[in-house]
Write a protein that binds this ligand. Structure first.
Ligand code: ARG
Length: 459
């Protein structure tokens, strides 16, 4: 039965029912809906709006419904939405007392409350998954803290870097994501229940009781805004989008680094796929899929931002469009984070190849310029001198490390024997000991700092 049937002489058309319904997706909110209804009924009882007997009957009925759903004994179907489903089920079980549950409440404040409860716990779960991924990256950092690799800008070799510093960079991104999801949780942690349809209620409710029972930190301060605010959902989707952006960057690195052209990482067989025609292929499908799914989460964000744009106060049915995209982004992000934590835990690093590559293509040229500058040559002049050395090397098929001192001196008398140490990739990486830099000590300090912040994250 529809909760609003009374006013209508004719039934709604079947296609209108199908178009209007949200049960097919908002059934995910069953637990949040029952939890919020339990708190509402308890409050109505304590405030004397419902008799104690009715409040107790409602409580027993709702608890039985929850346990039947969770035990697989009650299928959620046949109603317009989850709120109608639970209420109708309650009425069918306990009669008139069930019909009193909706006193001093509207589906508008109900759905906003349910959705906030859902988003709040989902944000906690995402923080947990991000923590797991960062832990995996920290293990990689620890394992490879003494190793170097080429660092890139413009996807051209730039300077040698430390492998731990590399993994730490992604830990930093995912720590920011975790922080953002903590903020999203806080945004969701405001209770709109008690806002009624839009204007509040004339019943002597006590919103503090429901707030406390549902564990919300705050109560919404304006009923019009309370029923129509979906900022928390948009923020969830933005946080999810950015986390996906970070994952997609790691995907791109992984796809490149596991190629034979780079040969830096070995993807585990367990997370690779083959080709139906080319027997030799080992493809990074997982990474490509995560990269591809990033667009879908961005789409969910843009869809919600567009849906809430220009909505007149207060509740409008457009807001029903808030759920599917968020559920989709939630599943996508959680799946991607979980599989990435597993996969990254199993990658192998070809440290020799990385060290070799770190030394190729004049990656120590900046060190040579810095060497001259530290001996008093103005940096811009030093840059020009080293540019000339690189040009000569390219013309003569030489490298910075096989140039003789005499050859260096021909470019500048400032060069001395110690230049041979300067152009070693490992020394180059190790010389950058500024905070966050590529030296072993800086990378290890980075690991410590990440560990500290990881330990401070809740959930
Ligand atoms: N399914 C609806 C939604 O998700 C529930 C609220 C319905 N309220 C209404 N006034 N029709 O927004």
């Amino acid at each position: 039965m529809k909760l609003w049937q009374g006013r209508f002489a004719e039934p709604t058309a079947a296609d209108a029912d199908a178009f209007n319904e949200s049960l097919s997706f908002d059934k995910k909110l069953y637990k949040a809906d029952i939890t919020a209804s339990l708190a509402h009924a308890e409050m109505l009882g304590r405030c004397g709006i419902l008799s104690e007997a009715d409040a107790a009957a409602i409580k027993g009925g709702l608890e039985a419904i929850l346990s039947d759903i969770e035990g697989g004994r009650l299928e959620i179907s046949g109603q317009e939405d989850i709120h109608s489903f639970v209420e109708n089920e309650l009425v069918s079980r306990i009669g008139d007392a069930g019909k009193r549950l909706h006193t001093a409440r509207s589906r508008n404040d109900q759905v906003a409350t349910d959705f906030r409860l859902y988003v709040r716990s989902s944000a906690e779960e995402v923080v947990g998954l991000l923590k797991k991924l960062v832990s995996t990256l920290v293990s990689l950092s620890e394992k490879y803290a003494e190793n170097i690799m080429p660092g890139y800008t413009h996807l051209r070799k730039a300077q040698p870097i430390n492998c731990a510093q590399y993994f730490n960079a992604y830990s930093e991104m995912f720590l920011r994501d975790a922080d953002r999801f903590c903020l999203v949780r806080r945004r969701a942690d405001v209770m709109p229940l008690g806002s009624g349809a839009l204007a509040g209620t004339s019943y002597p409710i006590d919103r503090e009781i429901t707030r406390e029972l549902l564990g919300f930190s705050e109560i919404s301060q304006n009923s019009l805004d309370g029923v129509s605010d979906r900022d928390f959902a948009a923020e969830y989707l933005f946080a999810a989008s950015l986390a996906m952006a970070h994952l997609s960057r790691l995907c791109e690195d992984a796809i490149l680094y596991t190629s034979t052209e780079f040969g830096f990482w070995e993807m585990p067989d367990a997370y690779s796929t083959g080709s139906s025609i080319m027997p030799q292929k080992k493809n990074p499908d997982i990474c490509e899929l995560v990269r591809g799914k990033t667009g879908r989460v961005y789409g969910d964000l843009v869809a919600l931002l567009t849906a809430i744009k220009g909505i007149p106060l207060a509740y409008n049915k457009d807001l029903q469009e808030d759920k599917e995209g968020l559920f989709d982004a939630e599943k996508t992000l959680k799946d991607c984070l979980a599989i990435f934590a597993e996969m990254m835990g199993q990658i192998g690093l070809n440290t020799e190849r990385m060290e070799e590559a770190a030394a190729e293509d004049f990656t120590c040229a900046t060190d040579v310029a810095d060497y001259l500058a530290k001996k008093g040559v103005p940096f811009r002049t030093a840059h020009g001198i080293v540019g000339g050395i690189v040009r000569e090397c390219l013309e003569r098929g030489r490298t910075l490390s096989d140039m003789t001192l005499a050859e260096y001196k021909a470019h500048s008398p400032v060069f001395e024997e110690d230049i041979t140490e300067i152009v070693k990739a490992k020394n180059s990486a190790n010389s950058r000991s500024s905070v966050g830099g590529s030296s072993v000590s800086a990378a290890r300090a980075g690991i410590d700092s990440i560990r500290r912040r990881l330990a401070l994250l809740p959930y």
